[in-house]
Write a protein that binds this ligand. Structure first.
Ligand code: ATP
Ligand code: MG
Length: 245
């Protein structure tokens, strides 16, 4: 059975459809890449999957169960982890605290609940340590995010999502601001992670998308206009050219 299934999802802002009849499936340990021009609805799709935006029509199913009405906290608890476009790190607390927030049941409420995570239990500390080490950012644990290079900040955002042990990781343009080499390194990291969890990956880098995705979905003006595979794209690179950088 698929992990996630979206059926006929529609999101409207006033009379404007940000998503219009979107069907999407993500299977266990499957990586689904999403491409689309600016404003195509990619972040809205991430928001629908992680529960920040409730669709006006359609259904979101998680392991066969209708979760359309569940908010971000409940989705997080079920196993949906995500990173935000622009990373969304808290800039005035340490890397460690940022990552701890991802482990907290109340993580999605962010800063207002910081006080509740001051007594982080041992299990959480161990998990945070493991993720920091896994993503090679242990040495930055006590640093404040503004002092770090962007590539490290991107890994902190990833750590914050991974520490909640998600079954599905939703990544919204994780390589924005990275150099080509850094994006390639991020891809290597993602391939390792994709061995343990499903990933919904929004990105503009064609090379990254084709190197980590099992399937690629093209969004245009809120609609899925194409579904393809990295093999097909390798044979016909022009297929995705209008949608990637
Ligand atoms: N809260 C909102 N209110 C009104 N319109 C919105 C809102 N959020 C998104 N939109 C509109 O919905 C459309 C889809 O936005 P979305 O952010 O999902 O696009 P995107 O594909 O992620 O774009 P980008 O590549 O720039 O990140 C855009 O036209 C955007 O202006
Ligand atoms: Mg976006």
């Amino acid at each position: 059975m698929e992990l996630l299934r979206l059926t006929g999802v529609e999101v409207r802002y006033g009379g404007f459809a940000a998503l219009d009849g979107v069907d999407l499936e993500v299977g266990p340990r499957q990586v689904v890449g999403v491409v689309g021009t600016n404003g195509a609805g990619k972040s809205t799709l991430c928001d629908v999957v992680s529960g920040y935006v409730r669709p006006a029509a359609g259904e979101v199913c998680w392991q066969g169960r209708d979760v359309t009405g569940l908010g971000p906290r409940e989705r997080h608890r079920l196993g949906v982890g995500r990173t935000l476009q622009g990373l969304g790190l808290l800039e005035d607390v340490t890397v460690r605290t940022n990552v701890e927030l991802g482990a907290s049941r109340h993580a999605r409420e962010g800063r207002g609940l910081l006080s509740r995570v001051t007594t982080v239990d041992r299990e959480v500390t161990a998990r945070v340590d493991a993720v920091l080490s896994d993503l090679r950012i242990t040495e930055h644990a006590e640093a404040l995010p503004p002092s770090l290079p962007h590539a490290v900040r991107a890994r902190v955002a990833l750590a914050r999502a991974l520490v909640g042990l998600p079954s599905l990781l939703v990544l919204d343009e994780p390589t924005t601001g990275l150099s080509v080499e850094e994006a390639t390194r991020f891809g290597t990291l993602l391939r390792r992670i994709a061995g343990r969890t499903s990933v919904l990956l929004v990105d503009h880098h064609l090379e990254l998308l084709t190197s980590v995705s099992d399937e690629l979905v093209v969004l245009d003006a809120g609609r899925v206009v194409a579904r393809t595979t990295p093999d097909e794209v390798a044979a016909r690179p022009e297929l995705l050219a209008p949608y990637t950088s």
